[in-house]
Design a protein. Structure first.
Length: 171
């Protein structure tokens, strides 16, 4: 049975959290829900937000859209959708799925145009292709960055060191 997108996302997020070129990365939930007596609509994130967002060491933005193989359309398909052409000359309606994919592509394009790194990843190797393999990144990193990665691991995640006057919870 092929991996689900959730399983891929979990592996990619773990790889990003452990990568020395990544300052921080977290799951960006998207969607909407109704709350309260008045059923007020609250949106989570913005249309086209990537599955994972974060920051690279040095301050560049990082967005990763996780997809199963075959779910990300080809550049030609995106171009046809953006021109609102149909299939073989027959017009089509921009479905909710197509609008969501177009918004995701526009988000990644904007991040890349602004100097960040916006990628589509099908698995951990796609992330390594963009950021470099962690072993290679550590070999070329300054000693202070290597020490930070080595000393800042707690419960399988990378965290900033706590100030001396703050005690870590044992929960």
């Amino acid at each position: 049975m092929p991996d689900s997108e959730t399983a891929r996302l979990t592996r990619i997020l773990a790889a990003l959290e452990a990568h020395p070129a990544v300052a921080m990365a977290y799951r960006q939930n998207t969607g909407a829900a109704r709350f309260g007596d008045d059923q007020r609509l609250v949106k989570f994130a913005y249309e086209g937000a990537a599955d994972i967002t974060g920051m690279l060491v040095g301050g560049r933005r990082l967005d990763v859209e996780v997809k199963n193989p075959g779910e990300w359309p080809t550049p030609e398909t995106f171009a046809r959708w953006e021109r609102s052409e149909g299939y073989r000359g027959k017009p089509f309606r921009l479905t909710k799925r197509i609008r969501r994919l177009l918004a995701q592509k526009q988000n990644l394009d904007a991040i890349n145009a602004g100097g960040g790194l916006g990628i589509v990843a099908y698995d951990v190797e796609d992330v390594y292709r963009e950021l470099g393999h962690p072993a290679d990144a550590l070999a070329s990193a300054p000693p202070a960055a290597v020490a930070k990665v080595a000393t800042s691991r707690r419960r399988g995640r990378r965290w900033q060191s706590l100030p001396d006057n703050v005690k870590e919870s044992k929960a």
